[in-house]
Design a protein around this ligand. Structure first.
Ligand SMILES: *Cc1c(COP(=O)(O)O)cnc(C)c1O
Length: 389
């Protein structure tokens, strides 16, 4: 089947294909059931076939899909207001279609800010090693992984990589305009950054008028327990980017900033960005998760997942070396990459989907609405998968 594919071979795809899902359960074309601990890499935040989301989308499809950003789009206006309210940040939002596009927007805002503020032209952006910021030419260069900088150059100038958060200050010079970080590195291996260090960095950057960009493409929209990981870290970034979980499966990316006046008409754009369909998806996801959070159910399920994962971790200290992450962005470090690969394959065979991150991390990004029954069943199947190795 895959050998005849006309799709460009940019992914090492597993030979498996799904036809439906409900909640945290997926069904493949042979009707085999899987527990989904991946939510399509943190996207299906409400699970599959969520009733509120499908009904809101169906109503929107019946009414209108697209008009372009040349006109006011009411659901987009509403989404921008909700983003400011739920984050607690007095920010304006620009809507695009992906995480990479959101980060491109963040970089453009920072560059224009650097052009207009300060004596020297400021354009340099410091990012961290093992970060991941996207696949466009600019965001791939912003990504602090040498292995991703092959073939595609020349790249835009001005990205500087710090080996860790402690090194950032020493890399600042007169041309530095921003620092861009993930608070928990996702693709890099579920690596949370120390909260006190981030708070100290935020204070330092503020004192130097250097912008703090937080890439919340993976951590955002309640994934870590609050609306943003920045809320958990109790910082006030200048720019925040969102994507993955915000649309519940409909493509969307957002860059938010408190620097409301930097961008003006003609500076940036997107044909599709924030159209009726994606804005309606975002509004429904935000409303649903906000209610879920306020009811206490989100925290209760996070704790339940953490407890089950912990039991699994402790029962297999011969294979796992560390438990990392928080909220529903979690990982277990596996003693070696080969065991991790075999475990992911065996898990799929047993009917539970899990992810790899970094070199040796078993990553869990389940739907935020996963039930206790689904969590139990998932770990039961993982247990069997481990036993079969
Ligand atoms: C996934 C991801 C991106 C890229 O998002 P796309 O929608 O694939 O472009 C950027 N930053 C982080 C932190 C991510 O996890």
């Amino acid at each position: 089947m895959l050998k005849k594919s006309s799709v460009m071979p940019t992914y090492a795809r597993a030979d498996i294909s799904f036809k439906s899902g409900v909640g945290a359960k997926l069904y493949d074309v042979n009707d085999k059931e899987y527990i989904d601990f991946t939510s399509g890499i943190g996207v299906s935040s409400l699970g599959h076939a969520n009733a509120a989301l499908t009904s809101a989308l169906k109503d929107q499809v019946d009414a209108i899909l697209h008009t372009s950003n040349l006109y006011v789009i009411e659901p987009q206006e509403l989404a921008a207001k909700k983003l400011a309210k739920l984050s607690g940040y007095d920010m304006v939002s620009f809507f695009g279609n992906s995480g990479a596009e959101a980060n491109e927007g963040a970089i453009k805002i920072a560059r224009k800010y650097g052009e207009q503020n300060g004596e020297a032209k400021r354009y340099k952006i410091i990012t961290l090693e093992h970060s991941f910021h996207g696949r466009t030419i600019t965001t791939v260069k912003a990504t602090g992984q040498e292995s991703m900088h092959n073939y595609f150059g020349p790249f835009p100038d001005g990205f500087v990589y710090a080996s860790n958060i402690d090194e950032i200050e020493s890399l600042v010079d007169d041309h530095t305009v921003a620092v861009m970080i993930e608070l928990i590195q996702g693709e890099g291996g579920v690596q949370p950054i120390d909260k006190t260090k981030v708070q100290a960095l935020a204070r330092y950057l503020k004192s130097k008028d250097i912008l703090l960009i937080v890439d919340e493409v993976q951590t955002g929209v309640y994934r870590t327990g609050e609306f943003l990981a920045s809320n958990v870290y109790e910082i006030e970034p200048d720019i925040v980017t969102l994507a993955k979980g915000l649309g519940g499966g409909i493509p969307i990316g957002v860059v938010m900033t408190s620097k409301k006046e930097v961008m003006s008409a003609g500076d940036h754009g997107s044909t599709f960005g924030g159209n009726y369909l994606s804005s309606t998806a975002a509004n429904t996801v935000m409303d649903t998760l906000n209610v879920y959070k306020d009811s206490g159910a989100l925290d209760e399920h996070f704790i339940y997942f953490a407890d089950q994962m912990d039991l699994f971790y402790k029962a297999h200290s011969d294979i796992f070396t560390q438990s990392v992450g928080f909220g529903l962005m979690r990982g277990l470090r596996v003693k070696d990459a080969q065991t991790l690969g075999s475990l992911i394959d065996a898990a799929r065979e047993e009917g539970v989907m899990v992810l790899k991150a970094g070199r040796n991390t078993l990553r869990f990004l389940p739907p935020l609405t996963i039930t206790k029954g689904e969590i139990d069943e998932g770990f039961k199947r993982l247990e069997i998968a481990l036993g079969s190795l």
